[in-house]
Design a protein around this ligand. Sequence first.
Ligand code: SLL
Length: 147
Amino acid sequence: NKRMKGVMVVRPFIYGSHSAQVTKRDTPADPSHTHKWTVYVRGLHNEDISYMIKKVQFKLHDSFASPVRIIESHPFEVTETGWGEFEIEIQITFHENLKQFTLYHFLALYHKDNPDSQSKKAVIAESYDEAIFNEPTEDMFKTLEKH
Ligand code: SLL
């Protein structure tokens, strides 16, 4: 499985969270839980990116039961209910070539401007990043070219 000398492939991805107030249907385990949220790593158009990502580890706040969540298939996301905002450490393991990637995402539950009037709307916080495959193997190169 030879490496492609002088070749670099760049693939974009998105990481972030969305959050909304809990509804009656969510029935959170704990009455102090005011919000339901999802943190995720995804493709630009929500496509399955498991061809390049092997696993994602989300490290939640220590107040959560088993705060380290490891997701090894699409979709790479964790949904929870809770009451507070905190920083989530996201560690991405790619299939080959790349060192482990560590990102930090702030889980926002409240709208910064005008928290009251918009409180019913979902809060979305997203960032863009790129995976860089430097001199991938021929197999990985073929896989990347297909996507
Ligand atoms: C702080 N920002 O700095 C806060 C931490 C933690 C939020 C917020 C736990 C939910 C559960 C939850 O929502 N924690 O009990 O499962 O102190």
